[in-house]
Design a binder for this molecule. Structure first.
Ligand SMILES: NC(=O)CC[C@H](N)C(=O)O
Length: 380
């Protein structure tokens, strides 16, 4: 058990939305000012994985679960080397974290990494506001001498928007690295890193795949230099309409006919490569309890999500694309948003959600097996 050294922070803090609504609370984590896109996550657990998921770069995450920090922070559940959210909003922080793996408290970790947060606000009212008005820019300001509200609002309105943001290069590796297969090596996969979570190559390694994680700037030649049995495009932050380079690389891979799998940003890139558009959802899907139907089997799975954009593809028919026929393989049962795509004439598919399940239920783990099957089929 670790006890927070900070206790309840009495430093005042204020959250200012770009439409002028404000919430007053207390500082949580680092004291200062931060900006980003306000989004809410409905996960009741898994905050450490959320905070360290690079797809949250430039987002201020509001937790709908009222009590956050109970299990502290450990060294094992990080999805990348650092916390990526630009701000963190909780209602009631744990005063005493308690878990056998915990080595420090969440508020200390946020402070150590310079992440500004706010606590003690009505996160339910804030979530309802974001659901009604949509995700929008936000600022969190903490300290004993805060600027006046007009100044804070002006600063929020100067912050960059998520629409049009090209962010992969800010989070992805700059050097290729290899995640070795666990046990016997059966396949080699080239994974284009657009903001990859650590659990994703691990899920492949568990299936005998050696994963070569390549920078977001990798070319088709770089991909084929590793002689891959399959190619993977990862999750990542930002607006998929800006991802022209990965779309071009994916088209190169589709032309080769190499087995291809994409997750989240990777799904949006497959959508674009096939000629579909992408659009911004009003407030996105973030959490670990979203119902998705696999239309190829009819089965419903409960899944982890983190996306603010979606692919605009027809649900009711097979589409003709430059790479043959394609269909929507998965759909979100809450709102009919496209959650997966598959090609019928080439070995390529993708999902908008997170089968690597970090955090989240493991219902969708079969998708990694589907990828392995495609690679197996290509060899046969
Ligand atoms: N997790 C992701 O890959 C997110 C993809 C994209 N940035 C979105 O918000 O929709």
């Amino acid at each position: 058990m670790t006890t927070s050294t900070r206790g309840v922070d009495r430093t005042p803090a204020v959250l200012v939305l770009e439409d002028g609504r404000t919430f007053r609370g207390r500082a949580y984590g680092a004291v200062g000012a931060t900006f980003g896109e306000a989004v809410f996550s409905t996960g009741m657990t898994g905050y450490q994985e959320t905070l360290t998921d690079p797809s949250y770069h430039r987002q201020v995450v509001v937790m709908t679960a009222p009590h956050v920090g109970n299990t502290g922070v450990n060294d094992e559940d990080m999805e990348s080397k650092k916390i990526w959210v630009s701000g963190y909003v909780v209602r009631d922080p744990a005063r005493v974290p308690s878990n056998w793996r915990s080595t420090r408290s969440l508020d200390d970790e946020l402070a150590a990494q310079g992440v500004v947060g706010i606590s003690g606000i009505d996160t339910r009212a804030l979530t309802r506001h974001l659901r009604e008005r949509g995700a929008m820019r936000v600022g969190i300001f903490s300290g004993h001498a805060l600027p006046d509200e007009g100044t804070m609002l002006a600063e929020v309105r100067q912050a960059p928007e998520m629409s049009g943001a090209d962010l992969s290069a800010e989070v992805a590796t700059t050097e290729t690295y290899v995640v070795p297969a666990i046990g016997e090596k059966k396949y080699t996969v080239a994974a284009v890193d657009l903001g990859i979570k650590g659990m994703t190559p691990h899920r492949m390694a568990e299936r005998g795949i050696e994963v070569h994680v390549l920078p977001a700037t990798a070319t088709v030649e770089d991909v084929y230099a590793v002689e891959p049995d399959g190619v993977f495009f990862s999750n990542g932050p930002g607006d998929p309409s800006t991802a022209d380079h990965p779309v071009a690389v994916m088209r190169g891979v589709l032309e080769h006919g190499t087995p291809l799998f994409g997750i989240c940003f990777g799904n949006q890139i497959l959508g674009r490569a096939l000629g579909f558009g992408t659009f911004k959802l009003k407030y996105g899907h973030r959490g670990i309890n979203q119902p998705v139907q696999d239309r190829t089997t009819g089965k419903v799975e409960v899944t982890a999500h983190n996306h603010g954009f979606a692919v605009d593809a027809p649900l009711d028919r097979v589409s003709d694309t430059p790479y043959g026929r394609a269909e929507v393989s998965h759909v979100c049962l809450n709102d009919n948003v496209v959650e997966g795509l598959q090609l019928l004439d080439r070995p390529a598919f993708s999902v908008q959600y997170h089968p690597e399940a970090a955090a989240g239920p493991h219902d969708a783990a079969y998708l990694f097996d589907r990828f392995v099957k495609l690679m197996e089929g290509q060899r046969a």
